[in-house]
Every structure is written in structure tokens, then in C-alpha cells.
Write a protein that binds this ligand. Structure first.
Ligand SMILES: [Zn+2]
Length: 405
């Protein structure tokens, strides 16, 4: 006899008693099979119930629940002491109700959302997935479409929430085959016999073995978060019930803080942020132009203070503060326009030293060889080379070595 699923007839049942009919052990731990259970086994995209089993004055935590292909339901059980119940022993159980109620809100809400989506687009849903933070369904749209515009998504959400407010009764039952043939199911069932039908308010009817609320209004609120193409289908992310309320609170708190910081109304925050981004971009451009100008303003002083080597070449070795690489290049470029100039520049950034060595066109000093000779990483052309080092040694070495290059 397969395990009797007590949640089929009453998904609000939280406690039960049952007889142990099987025991097994695998790498996950000890599994207990019962003759009946309120624990929902993982399936249909809905995670399993968790909870406790009690026997002989002891309790054990149920951490996972799985149905096998023969219809037996196994409970992964972690006893507080080492003793597991024996076959034939009576246990009582209780599921974690907050967890189950959350899943029932997501699952029932998904039925209503799927129905609204079907009504407005003709799309079929499959592959419900209830995750830790959100839930998603995959949708096959007409003509292979994988996109719905924001207006359509809003109308689907609006219709789904209207159905929630209509508060239709939710009834799940196993109709006789003759009656089943006559039922207006939204989509064909995936099983052939013993089909359980879920009816929401008379407008939504599908075959479903899941756990449902008893009235549509218990779903509370349905919020579509986003929709994106996924493997030729449309994947729709949504929240129902308490998850949607929590999400609203979190988002509203964030937007309220943003609106206070920006001294603007909540709905004007995106425009204000766009304005600020534009301002920031302009300010950065102005700052960069000023920095470039400041860097290049040093050219006359650097040329004046250049050290003349015995062979007449003029050496400019300079450590720069907080200078962008493009400004270093511009500075080197301006200096080597002069005759017989060797330029060694160094800027310290995040603990590393960036080096730029350049020389006038009328010299034949190989700056790339010089950089390599210092032990820094890098290289380049004979007249222009770049490098980087983790410490000051290559920079100091370059100043000593350059007269001999
Ligand atoms: Zn269902």
C-alpha cells in the first residue's frame, strides 16, 4: 500500500499520526516510510515540507521528503538521540507551517497567474520553480515568442490580482473518468490515471497534485518581478503573498530613502538619478581636462631642471602624484618633442609603480631594453615603453642605469 497523502484531502492539516512501514539508509542519512503523511514530498517545483516526528517520548527532525516511483513517501529523519522508530511503531508528526503556507501562497498564486497569462496571451505555463527568494514559471507563447511587453505584463498582473480579490473557493478532488472527460481543463494533464483536479473559483481548472489554499484571497498579492527569454520560452519571475508584501516593504524603504536623499518625489527618483549621472559624467570630463592641463603645465619647469648627462643627453626623471596613465603619456609626448631628451616617469598607484620611459626621436637609446633591464614587467618600442613593478627597486635602478644606455 502506497503512502496515503493526507494533504490531498486537507492541505491545512499540520499534525498527524502514522505507522512506520519502511526504513532505509543512504549517504544522506536515515529515511522513514510511513503509511500516511501530511509531509509534502518535493515535486512539481515545490520544495518538500520539513518538520518533526515524535515517538516514544523522543523527537526527530524531518529534513527532506521524497516520493519514490511506487508512491511511497520517505522522510529523511535526524533523531535527537540515536534511536529511530521501528517498523510498525506509531509516530506523530508536525510540519513547519510557515514554510508550507508560504509554498501554498506561491503555488496557488501561480495557478491564478498562469490562468491570467493564458487568458490574455494564450501562452501555456510549465516548470514552476519555487526558490528561496522568488518563484518562476516558464511560458510557451504563441508563434515562438519569448518576450512580453511591460504593458501586457501589467495587464496580466492586474487580472491575476482581480481574480485574487474575487476570492473564489479552491476545491481539489479526484473525479471519475467519465466526469473527467467533460471538465474544461486549461491544459492537458501529464499523468494518465488517478488524476487530481484543482478548481479555483470555477474559472481555473488544471490537473495538479500540489498543496493549495482554500480561497483565492489567501494568496494576498501577486507581483510579477521580471520576464526574460530562456531556452526558447519566456521565464517569468514573480512573488505571492507574504513574499510580495516583504518585497514591497523592502523596495519602498529603499525608494523612500533615495527620495529623501534626492529631495524629490518617489516617482521622480529615476529622472533625478539620470540627471545626476549626466552631471557626474560632465564633472568627470571637466576634472580630466583640468588634470591634463595641470600635468602639461609642468613641461617648462621639467625641461629647465633636466639633468645634462656627460654625452649631452638631457635626463628628466620625475615621480608623479595621482596621475592617470593617459596624462603620463601626454606629458612624455610633450617633453620628447624637445631635442635629445630622455624621460623617465613613475606613478604609484594602489601599491604598484607604473613606469613610462620615452626619448626624443633624435636619440637611439632603447627605452624598452631599459625597462626590461630594471627588472620591471613590461616593454614596448625603443622610443616609448611602459612597465610596472611591485616595489621601488626598478624605478631606482632605471635612474642609475639610464646614462649607460
Ligand atoms: Zn496546484
Amino acid at each position: 500500500m502506497m503512502t496515503k497523502r493526507l494533504y490531498y484531502s486537507d492541505s491545512w492539516k499540520k499534525t498527524f499520526s502514522a505507522l512506520v512501514t519502511g526504513l532505509k539508509r543512504d549517504e544522506k542519512g536515515d529515511w522513514i516510510c510511513l503509511d500516511q503523511t501530511v509531509f509534502y514530498p518535493e515535486g512539481g517545483g515545490q520544495p518538500c515540507d520539513t518538520g518533526i516526528l515524535a515517538y516514544d517520548g523522543k523527537t526527530a527532525r524531518v529534513k527532506d521528503v521524497q516520493a519514490d516511483e511506487d508512491g511511497f513517501i520517505w522522510h529523511l529523519t535526524e533523531p535527537q538521540n540515536d534511536r529511530l522508530p521501528g517498523i510498525g511503531e506509531t509516530v506523530t508528526g508536525e510540519i513547519d507551517w510557515a514554510r508550507r503556507y508560504d509554498f501554498m501562497q506561491q503555488h496557488t498564486g501561480e495557478h491564478i497567474l498562469a490562468n491570467s497569462l493564458f487568458e490574455l496571451t494564450g501562452g501555456f505555463t510549465h516548470g514552476l520553480y519555487i526558490g528561496q527568494n522568488d518563484a518562476s514559471i516558464d511560458v510557451t507563447l504563441k508563434d515562438g515568442k519569448t518576450h512580453l511587453d511591460q504593458d501586457t505584463l501589467s495587464r496580466i498582473e492586474e487580472l491575476a490580482n482581480r481574480h485574487v480579490r474575487e476570492d473564489g473557493a479552491i476545491v481539489c478532488r479526484f473525479p471519475e473518468p467519465e466526469e473527467f472527460e467533460t471538465l474544461p481543463l486549461r491544459k492537458a494533464p501529464t499523468v494518465a490515471e488517478n488524476i487530481r483536479v484543482c478548481d479555483i473559483g470555477g474559472y481555473e481548472m488544471v490537473a495538479c497534485a500540489g498543496t493549495h489554499l482554500s480561497h483565492a484571497s489567501q494568496v494576498g498579492l501577486i507581483k510579477i518581478l521580471s520576464a526574460q527569454p530562456a531556452r526558447g520560452k519566456l521565464r517569468l519571475f514573480f512573488l505571492c503573498g507574504q513574499r510580495a508584501v516583504d518585497h514591497y516593504r523592502k523596495i519602498y524603504t529603499a525608494i523612500s530613502r533615495s527620495s529623501a536623499l534626492l529631495s524629490s518625489k518617489e516617482e521622480e527618483v529615476p529622472d533625478r538619478v539620470a540627471d545626476l549621472q549626466k552631471q557626474l559624467h560632465n564633472t568627470k570630463s571637466e576634472l580630466a581636462a583640468l588634470r591634463r592641463k595641470n600635468t602639461l603645465a609642468r613641461v617648462p619647469d621639467l625641461l629647465r631642471d633636466a639633468q645634462t648627462l656627460p654625452d649631452g643627453r638631457r635626463l628628466i626623471a620625475c615621480e608623479l602624484e595621482e596621475t592617470e596613465f593617459s596624462d603620463m603619456e601626454a606629458l612624455a609626448g610633450a617633453l620628447v618633442k624637445e631635442s635629445r631628451v630622455l624621460v623617465l616617469l613613475c606613478v604609484k598607484k594602489e601599491g604598484r609603480r607604473n613606469l613610462l620611459f620615452a626619448r626624443s626621436a633624435d636619440l637611439d637609446t632603447n627605452m624598452s631594453d631599459l625597462i626590461k633591464a630594471t627588472g620591471a614587467k613590461g616593454g614596448g618600442r625603443p622610443e616609448f615603453a611602459r612597465g610596472a613593478a611591485d616595489d621601488a627597486l626598478p624605478w631606482e635602478a632605471a635612474k642609475v642605469m639610464v646614462p649607460h644606455f
